[in-house]
Design a protein around this ligand. Structure first.
Ligand code: ARG
Ligand code: ASP
Length: 720
């Protein structure tokens, strides 16, 4: 690997011409790989200002928010910004019909009003080290894949155990470049994170799922939290006496805005990309798996919508679930379309033809790489049917909330079924399940789930081959003569998991005998049948294939780097901290259409429609618009900008990431991508791939002018 990086470095001279926004780079390697280019594009700070171990740097202000988003610290009092859709779960949990923070927004006017969020964490990278040599060095090339993996796991464990003796930080080792390079990551984890503010959904989710994944966009997608620590300044569990965290660095916030062509970069936690897959994998995702999942999700979404439209209680209950299902649904549509438009499969095949030629070109590469693509082909052909079956398990089987709820009880019921039960363990399980149960019933509306179960089961029966379905699905035909309604009436009529009182008292009592009786509950049995099917018919048979693919992918990655020694490769996203950079720019999504790079409040008024939930405009916002009361947040022409588009390469997990200008000042919060470019997780397209950012001036305007929370703006370091 050292050699590969060296080769990448030799290629440095060529970068200027090749670059087109693509790439998610490792902060620690910016100096070697990217600094020169970033500065040529306009950056006025150094790689060292972004990531340094010797002094405070931008990285000290960037965090992983929860488990799926990014956040950033913007004051010396631990004030944190992320997206509204990232804080959505928390906002929703604090909401009820009486205190509907989703609809009305929430603003703590002082520290005492800030709301704790049990379970929510914020993770901050302290440092990372290249440990490739220690993990891979000395591996016998004669090892089988399984032996090799075991040896690597062993090496990692030794390294981690050793490191843990010296630090109380969280330590882990992560694979990069599909197992060609390894880094040790040292993290600090904060556990007392309080909700400070959120705009009403009419602002934070303006445009809803209609505008989601699309440009032009007018969403004020932000929420505000604060990190608290113990009195000793160290991370601690929630305690009323905890104090705001004093960070080593917090981001300055610029009111100067951006214009077309400006350099920007995004600093955050992209979750997963797959840029180096073979054509067979791309085809499987874009042509087979996505279309199937899209259809299954449409069924659920239509039912959610029907019940939410006229019932505000149900709408609140299902807001978070609906957003999650809809988000993936729309992303998959965009991704498959984008791959088709780019002829992604064809492009990969062209590359593969060149690759084969190269691999055959000399004895050394032939020995290492010939046959690699054929092996992929054989594997993916086999994998397809398992992938599609797994899609049905997650989208169809676990799409029924009742069955998913029952699944959470499995460890406890398993324990109760043991000959020598551990009653203490059972008690512990029961205790944990109490809060999960309360959360489930708070947001559960049985008529929706009943209708979903009926609809999904019909599709399951119709679409999946009889010899390749969980037993309980076949039971519908055998026991219920194919009458899906009879089946669901039985399930919903019989299951004790639908009775909050019974489940509650069962958990309070934690009587092993009674818990054991859940084994006979139909919802529980259906879950067990689903899980058994997955285990025996999908996961097990697929195990060898996945392992084989992993090692093929590792080799293929290495081979691609060897074949293109002058190309600079970035590792696929793996939920580690990365820097992406590009320019503020519009794009042309279709023939004769050009999208400008920014949107403004005027556009919100254009979209206004009091009859459509997604486009209702807050009266106060309208008033501010009519009075043109934008304060210092207007641009030079007096307009209030809302969002902008840029060519930074981002993906899921980058939501909430700061978008920074040439001076490393925050100019916005990343929250989405343009639909035409969403295949960037598999194939980035410089023409179409754009990230969407809410302009920080709109964020501050909403806090200050709309919500009257000027004290939060005053807490920040504002660059005027
Ligand atoms: N598409 C964005 C992302 O993937 C935002 C999702 C939240 N918004 C929504 N309307 N569901 O996370
Ligand atoms: N909206 C995504 C997120 O939540 C970002 C993206 O996929 O572009 O991370």
């Amino acid at each position: 690997m050292k050699r590969l990086i060296l080769m990448a470095l030799i290629g440095l001279g060529l970068f200027g011409r090749l670059f087109a926004g693509e790439g998610m780079w490792i902060p620690m390697l910016l100096k070697q790989l990217n600094e020169k280019e970033m500065q040529a594009m306009g950056m006025r700070i150094t790689a060292d200002d972004i990531y340094s171990l010797n002094h405070s740097s931008l990285k000290d202000a960037i965090v992983l928010f929860g488990r799926g988003c990014t956040g950033e610290i913007v004051s010396d009092q631990g004030l944190l910004l992320t997206n509204h859709h990232c804080g959505f779960g928390q906002i929703q949990k604090h909401s009820s019909v009486e205190h509907d923070y989703l609809t009305n927004g929430f603003w703590a006017m002082n520290r005492a009003e800030e709301l704790p969020n049990p379970g929510l964490t914020v993770t901050m990278l302290v440092k990372m080290e290249d440990v490739t040599q220690a993990v891979l060095g000395g591996l016998d090339p004669g090892l089988t894949e399984a032996q090799r993996a075991a040896k690597i796991a062993e090496n990692i464990k030794i390294l981690v155990d050793l490191a843990k003796k010296e630090t109380d930080l969280d330590v882990s080792v992560r694979a990069f470049y599909h197992g060609n390079q390894y880094f040790m990551i040292f993290n600090q984890i904060f556990k007392d994170i309080r909700l400070v503010g959120a705009p009403p959904s009419n602002i934070g989710k303006f445009g809803g799922d209609t505008d989601n994944w699309m440009w032009p966009r007018h969403t004020g997608d932000f929420s505000v939290f604060r990190i608290y620590v113990g009195k000793d300044g160290k991370p601690a569990e929630y305690h009323p006496d905890n104090v705001p965290y004093k960070p080593a660095y917090h981001l300055p916030v610029s009111l100067k805005g951006v214009t077309e062509g400006d350099f920007t970069f995004v600093f955050g936690y992209p979750a997963r990309t797959n840029e180096y897959l073979p054509s067979d994998a791309i085809r499987l995702i874009a042509e087979a798996s996505n279309p199937q999942k899209i259809k299954l999700r449409e069924t659920r979404l239509a039912i959610f919508k029907k019940y939410s439209a006229n019932d505000s209680r149900v709408r609140i209950q299902y807001a978070d679930k609906d957003a999650g299902v809809a988000n993936g649904w729309k992303k998959m549509i965009g991704e498959s379309k984008g791959i088709r438009r780019l002829d992604g499969v064809g492009r990969k095949q062209d590359f593969e033809a060149r690759f084969e030629k190269w691999a055959e070109s000399n004895a050394e590469t032939r020995e290492k790489y010939a046959g690699l693509l054929n092996a992929f082909k054989t594997n993916y052909k086999e994998i397809e049917k398992y992938t599609l079956a797994a899609d049905y398990i997650t989208e169809c089987g676990l799409g029924i909330e009742l069955i998913r709820f029952a699944s959470q009880f499995r460890p406890m019921v398993d324990e109760a079924n043991k000959a020598a039960q551990d009653t203490k363990k059972i008690k512990e399980f029961a205790e944990k399940l109490q809060s999960a149960t309360a959360a489930f019933f708070k947001d559960y509306y049985q008529p929706i789930d009943y209708e979903v179960a009926n609809a999904l089961m019909l599709i399951y029966l119709d679409q999946q081959p009889e010899n390749f379905r969980p037993d309980f699905v076949n039971e519908v035909q055998q026991k219920f003569k194919g009458d899906v309604k009879k089946w669901s009436d039985y399930l919903f009529g019989k299951s004790v998991f639908l009775s909050p009182e019974k489940i509650k008292s069962l958990l309070e009592e934690a009587n092993p005998k009674k818990i054991k009786s859940l084994t006979k509950d139909p919802a529980y049995q259906y879950y067990v049948s689903l899980a058994n099917f997955y285990e025996t018919q999908v996961r097990k048979p697929m195990q060898a294939l996945t392992a084989s693919n992993d090692s093929l992918q590792r080799l293929y990655m290495q081979a691609q780097m060897e074949m293109n020694p002058e190309k600079r490769f970035y590792p696929d996203a793996n939920f580690t901290l990365r820097v992406a950079y590009g320019k503020v720019e519009g794009f042309s999504p279709a023939d004769a259409v050009y999208y400008e790079y920014y949107t403004s409040l005027k556009g919100i008024m254009e979209k206004e429609n009091p009859l459509v939930y997604d486009y209702v405009v807050e009266p106060k916002l309208k008033e501010l618009y009519q009075q043109h009361d934008f304060g210092e947040y207007a641009d030079a022409s007096g307009e209030l900008r809302v969002a902008f588009a840029a060519s930074n390469h981002t993906t899921g997990g980058n939501s909430g990431s700061p978008v920074l200008n040439a001076d490393g000042q925050m100019v916005g919060l990343n929250f989405d991508r343009c639909w035409e470019g969403t295949m960037s997780d598999l194939m980035y397209d410089p023409q179409m791939s754009r990230n969407i950012t809410v302009d920080i001036r709109y964020v501050l305007f909403i806090m200050d002018k709309f919500a009257g929370a000027r004290h939060l703006v005053d807490e920040m370091t504002i660059v005027r």
